[in-house]
Write a protein that binds this ligand. Structure first.
Ligand SMILES: [Zn+2]
Length: 378
């Protein structure tokens, strides 16, 4: 238990989310509790992780969640480990919430994306029909997140595009999508930024991001088979699109095959999740939990042949010439392959404390708190 690595998780604490500031001490080694000297509250070492307040051993929870994240039917886990079905569901929901937070904290950060591919799949899962729209960064194979909805409408696509934007820096960017026209308008609407105001009042004006190219892969079907594929650039210059493709995938042309392959993985791993006889909202939230669990385990815990790089110099101790990498490693989010247990035990920091806005002079106590925990609000 190293208090230097720990932050206070209490939402009402001015020190929340900040580690290495000397305010955390060990309260009880035996009970694995820390104390925060900024708010005088004690907390469990597991607070803020998927294991908080679970009575079952972390090992068993980890094994069951690992199986679920690879497509094992929950019913199989119930039988194999003699668990109650509701227990397995509850663990799955916890893992879904945890991975969603890890994703928001580590993946949804602006980065130079290069090329993104987006696509939707129509999932027919045990009587529930739903759409999953998802996106990935091609060069690192990083899954950028997804949206679950009953209909493939403007709202679904716009939410996905917002998710892409949350992961993007304003750099040259190619977005490859299918023939769905909704994308083009959604991308144009979402990839805008406010123009600087010059003292004028009224509505803030927006200008489009420069360097965003959009390409479409339009497939023609006959009897559920692809008979023709048309590729076109809807926005951006041919040379810019070519450059981004060369940079991010090395060879080939405009395509959506990277995200299509990933979609197939998701479909297989989520096939057994949704149970009949539950309310629609519950089933959709199960799907969303499942999607984040599968996506985050894919990003952080699974290495890929295509991401390996040759080691500099001699092979490592085990004789490996290649350095194997997960998408999260390729994207620079972490330096090693995570275990599922690490993922479930990861502490996502709460948002930084901001001092309350009040008129008039601040009290001395408040000023002391601000100086220590929010100096940029001083
Ligand atoms: Zn505290």
């Amino acid at each position: 238990m190293d208090p230097q690595q720990v932050f206070c998780p209490q939402t009402d604490c001015p020190a929340r989310g900040q580690s290495g500031k000397g305010n955390i001490g060990v309260h009880s080694q035996k009970e694995k509790r820390f104390i925060c000297r900024a708010c005088q509250q004690t907390f469990s070492a597991r607070q803020g992780t998927a294991f908080f307040r679970l009575r079952t051993a972390e090992e068993l929870v980890t094994v069951v969640v690992t199986l679920l994240s690879h497509g094992c039917p929950p019913q199989a886990a119930v039988v194999a480990f003699g668990l109650d079905e509701r227990t397995v569901q509850a663990w799955h929901a916890r893992a879904g919430q945890q991975t969603r937070q890890v994703h928001a904290h580590l993946v949804e950060q602006p980065r130079d994306l290069g090329q993104v591919q987006a696509d939707e799949i129509w999932a027919k899962l045990q009587g529930l029909k739903a759409w999953l729209a998802m996106a990935m960064q091609v060069s690192t194979r990083l899954w950028l997140g997804g949206v679950v909805a009953v209909q493939r409408d403007r709202s679904l696509i716009e939410q996905l595009v917002r998710q892409i934007r949350a992961c993007a820096l304003p750099r040259p960017l190619l977005i490859c999508v299918d023939g769905l026209s909704t994308y083009v308008n959604a991308i144009r609407r979402v990839f805008r930024e406010p123009l600087p105001r010059h003292g004028r009042r009224g509505r803030q004006r927006l200008q489009p991001w420069r360097g965003v190219s959009i390409a479409q892969v339009i497939k023609q079907y006959a009897r559920r088979r692809v008979v023709a594929v048309r590729r076109r650039i809807v926005q951006g210059r041919q040379a810019a699109v070519q450059r981004l493709i060369a940079l991010t995938q090395g060879h080939g042309g405009i395509n959506t095959s990277y995200i299509e392959r990933l979609n197939a993985t998701f479909r297989a791993r989520m096939a057994h999740l949704v149970r009949r006889g539950r309310t629609l909202a519950k089933r959709l939230s199960t799907l969303e939990h499942g999607m984040y669990l599968v996506g985050t385990v894919y990003n952080f815990c699974t290495d890929h042949d295509s991401l390996r790089i040759r080691r500099q110099g001699r092979p490592d101790n085990a004789g490996h010439r290649w350095h194997r990498r997960t998408p999260a490693m390729a994207a620079g989010l972490t330096d090693h392959q995570w275990t599922v247990r690490e993922l479930l035990a990861y502490h996502v920091p709460p948002p930084r404390w901001t001092p309350p806005v009040r008129r008039g002079r601040r009290s001395k106590t408040m000023q002391t708190l601000i100086d220590r925990w929010a100096p940029d609000h001083g």
